[in-house]
Ligand binder design. Structure first.
Ligand SMILES: [Fe+2]
Ligand SMILES: [Fe+2]
Length: 331
């Protein structure tokens, strides 16, 4: 990209070069849900009674409960199909919040901003993801609501506010992208037997999310590096709060779900997130985020305590994409 004098942002050349590489990646390696998925292929057919909808206990905190495992197979399938589809719907809704916040943010940027260009590539990809996931949901045929009612009502405001508080917005973006990415990678790595159409969308999503997550990491490094210690202390606390809040919104089902499927209250509590297993799963989602918070200088004594109180503390990841085993060890 020509580094013209009109660019008025304050970023160093390494960040600008990374954004250029990421933008280039978006141009040359991208997916279209209606070109790259053969929706009508017989092996991608989706049926309501498919036993592959049963929730894998190694990946899902509800699927790991004795209550769920003791249910008749048809009921396990019914609940699994609903829960997996609803999580997909929540993921797509989350992407819509990201787009709204990011659009607000980039419209403030100067001409020639490399962030402007990359963010638009990312929003284009997120539009494709929403379309891909909604097509999948329509074909699954489970009429799921997606986000919990309060979060759904708040979601348009989150995007607008995020445009004003862009560092918090990007922490929140990671808070959504990271657990979903962690879950999807674990599904593919464990070879979970979900229906192939679901696996295909996850493969595509993981490939593009790698870029989005890299960008969010770089963005936070660039925007947090020069901040005053006082502001860093605020972000040090905001970071774990955003992570814990968003993972609850993404994976925690609503009261309506518990009522619809007569899930006993104590089972809901055990699965979300009181049992040793579900707590380990919760902590696993954020190994890479703990490393990032540390790198950003946001692991202060106080914030460390907060990570622990929110049950998302644990060992940091040694490298990007490191598989975590803590949750499985407790099964
Ligand atoms: Fe996405
Ligand atoms: Fe993304």
């Amino acid at each position: 990209m020509p580094r013209t004098a009109a660019r008025k942002d304050r970023f160093d050349d390494a960040y600008v070069d990374t954004l250029h590489d990421l933008s280039d990646g978006s141009v040359h390696r991208r997916f279209d849900p209606y070109i790259d998925i053969d929706w009508d292929a017989p092996d991608l057919a989706l049926t309501a009674g498919d036993p592959r909808w049963v929730l894998p206990p190694a990946l899902d905190p509800l699927g790991a409960t004795q209550w769920y495992r003791d249910l008749p197979l048809e009921r396990q399938i019914e609940i699994g199909r609903w829960r997996i589809t609803n999580t997909i719907k929540v993921g797509a809704a989350f992407e819509s919040i990201l787009i709204r916040g990011m659009m607000q943010y980039i419209m403030k940027l100067p001409n020639n901003s490399p962030e402007f260009r990359y963010c638009l590539h990312e929003m284009t990809e997120e539009c494709n993801h929403i379309q891909m996931f909604q097509e999948l949901i329509n074909r699954i045929g489970a009429d799921v609501p997606g986000m919990r009612p309060r979060f759904r009502r708040m979601s348009p405001l989150i995007g607008v506010l995020g445009g004003y508080a862009h560092t918090i917005l990007f922490i929140g973006i990671l808070g959504g992208e990271e657990p979903i990415d962690h879950f999807q990678k674990a599904v593919l790595r464990e070879g979970a037997t979900l229906p192939p159409a679901v696996l295909r969308t996850m493969q595509i999503h993981i490939a593009e999310e790698a870029r989005h997550i890299s960008f969010a990491h770089e963005f936070l490094h660039a925007h947090i590096a020069g901040l005053s210690p006082a502001r860093k202390r605020v972000y040090a606390l905001a970071f774990p709060i955003a992570m814990r809040w968003l993972v609850g919104e993404i994976f925690g089902p609503s009261k309506g779900f518990a009522k619809q499927f007569a899930v006993p209250e104590e089972v809901m509590r055990e699965a979300f997130w009181r049992s040793a297993y579900s707590r380990a799963l919760l902590s696993d989602y954020f190994a890479e985020m703990r490393t990032l918070a540390d790198d950003l200088g946001l692991m202060t004594r106080t914030s460390r305590r907060l990570w622990r109180r929110l049950h998302i503390d644990g060992a940091p990841a040694r490298y990007r994409g490191e598989p975590t085993r803590a949750a499985r060890a407790t099964l």
